[in-house]
Design a binder for this molecule. Sequence first.
Ligand code: TRP
Length: 370
Amino acid sequence: MGRIILTGDRPTGKLHLGHYVGSLRNRVLLQNEGNYERMFVFIADVQALTDNADNPEKVRQNIIEVALDYLSCGLDPEKVTLFIQSQIPELHEMTQFFSNLVTVQRLQRNPTVKTEMALRGFNGDGEDDNRRGLPVGFFTYPISQAADICFCKATTVPVGEDQEPMIEQCREIVRSFNGTYKCDVLVEPEILLPENLSCRRLPGTDGKAKMSKSLGNCIYLSDDPKEMEKKVKGMFTDPGHLRVEDPGKVEGNTVFTYLDAFCEPDDFARFWPDYANLDELKDHYRRGGLGDMKCKKFLIQVLNDRLDPIRARRHAYEQDIPAVYEILRKGSEAARAVAAQTLHEMKDAMQINYFDDAALIAEQAAKYRQ
Ligand code: TRP
């Protein structure tokens, strides 16, 4: 059996450059390499609702944004099954069976859950809005995420490194299920992280550790060239690099982190032939005599070169939104068939497919017949 690749995103906002270098770009490469049996990419609306229960409209609006981001990056519905989580009810049954195999204590130790709880004020006593209580659905979402991964027996999950604890917890659930029910129905997935370290956690334009909507430091895939240019021009660099002649620092300098993440070997020949490669550019910046604005203009050219084809595809799909919903509907149907099959195998292993179980019926009949 070949690899089965699965990944997804919560529809809580448009996708940004952090998503792109952290995972999206990788997915398109994987898709085009074709070295897999099947590939699924999905929109995790049920998970988005775990901390947005009072705002389904936000989730509803962002489903199409995320779908457009996927398609515009080059995910091809002919090669990849694109679907919406809530359209696969089998996932909830799987989640229920898995939840019997996971302890509250284990969930409490999940580092991603801990961080996200603190971020959302879910660690309070529920008495006021800043110290909200913890929704059960949010607390248990790692279990539901394990169902997302297991329904198709995914072997390979390309995600950002913040998702590592989720994959680990899923692997434990798989071992526990197969062990408890003495079967090999489920498959332990592997995480697939970007090789380039600058891509694992792309900083925001303000230089803060992470690009995130709530910090207002994102460049979105759907930003037009003007917006993108404005954001790059305002980007955090080296605060000690006051005059052009001053030596500058490259480490922690957002412009250079972005160049590390986005630059390709022929970008210099195409856009800035004064330098042979990124190392030469960095050396000059370190020595002094190279202004921030020149580097930013180069970054803008590089980003436009990467984003222009994405913008063009987005524009085309935007002209036929019903077709985008149709892609998701068809994908959801296909994913559902796969989930139903796996759920059936799970129930067989648990011996709860009562009506299919002729041996059970015969045994009970013999027991009661006079
Ligand atoms: N938790 C992921 C995120 O926040 C989204 C997600 C849900 C996911 N289920 C998944 C990712 C299964 C990979 C596999 O981005």
